[in-house]
Ligand binder design. Structure first.
Ligand code: COA
Length: 169
C-alpha cells in the first residue's frame, strides 16, 4: 500500500470487498456504459493481466458487508498485453474531484504498468471529456488518432498514447 498525498487518502490494490462501492460510483459517473460488478470481478480474477487500484480513506475494515469499500474515492484499471498497457478505467467520485486524486491514481497505475514490463500506455477518451483530456495531456499523453462517431453520431473517440520511461519502474 502506498501513501497518497491528497487529503490523506491511500492508494492500494482493489479488493473484492471494494467492488460494491466501486460499482456505485461507476453507475453514477458512467450512466450509459458503466462496468458491471462482474466486469470488475473478472479483472480481479486475472492479476496476470489487470492492475486494479483504489484510492480510499484506508484499508477496508467495515464489518457491515453493505458498508465495505465505503471509503473508496476513486479507482482505476489498467490491462497489460505484450508490452502495451491499456488504461481501461479511471474514475474519481464526483465529490472528490479536482483534488489531485485522478493525477495520483493515474501515476500509480502507470508505475504498476512499468513495473510489469509495459513500455507504452494507450487509452481512449470521448472528445468532449475536457477534464480527462486535460489530465492525460498534463501527464504527457498525446493524441495519436481519432475515431469519428465511435460512441454515437457526433461523439468521437480520441486515442492517446504515452511511453513509459525509466522514471516509472
Ligand atoms: C477525469 C477525472 C478522472 C479527473 O480526476 P480529478 O481527480 O478530478 O483530477 P485531478 O484533480 O487529479 O486533476 C489533475 C489535472 O487534470 C486537469 N483537470 C481535471 N479536471 C479538470 C476539469 N474539470 N477541467 C479542466 N481540467 C481538468 C487539470 O490539468 C488538473 O490539474 P490542476 O488541478 O492542477 O489544474 C474525473 O473528472 C472523473 O472521474 N471523470 C469522470 C470519469 C471519466 O471521465 N474518466 C475518464 C474516462 S477516459
Amino acid at each position: 500500500m502506498t501513501p497518497a498525498d491528497p487529503a490523506g487518502l491511500v492508494l492500494r490494490d482493489m479488493s473484492r470487498e471494494d467492488v460494491r462501492a466501486v460499482v456505485r460510483i461507476e453507475v453514477d459517473r458512467h450512466p450509459v456504459d458503466a462496468w458491471s460488478s462482474t466486469a470488475f470481478h473478472e479483472a480481479l480474477d486475472r492479476p496476470d493481466r489487470y492492475v486494479c487500484l483504489v484510492t480510499s480513506t484506508g484499508p477496508d475494515e467495515s464489518r457491515d458487508p453493505y458498508d465495505r469499500g465505503a471509503g473508496v474515492a476513486a479507482y482505476g484499471v489498467i490491462s497489460l498485453a505484450g508490452g502495451t498497457a491499456d488504461l481501461d478505467n479511471l474514475t474519481v467520485r464526483e465529490d472528490h474531484q479536482r483534488q489531485g486524486i485522478g493525477r495520483r491514481l493515474l501515476a500509480g497505475l502507470l508505475e504498476a504498468a512499468a513495473r510489469r514490463g509495459a513500455h507504452e500506455v494507450l487509452l481512449e477518451v470521448r472528445h468532449d471529456n475536457v477534464a480527462a483530456i486535460a489530465l492525460y495531456a498534463a501527464d504527457r499523453f498525446v493524441e495519436i488518432s481519432r475515431r469519428n462517431d465511435y460512441y454515437a453520431p457526433g461523439l468521437d473517440a480520441i486515442i492517446m498514447r504515452r511511453s513509459l520511461d525509466a522514471t516509472h519502474g
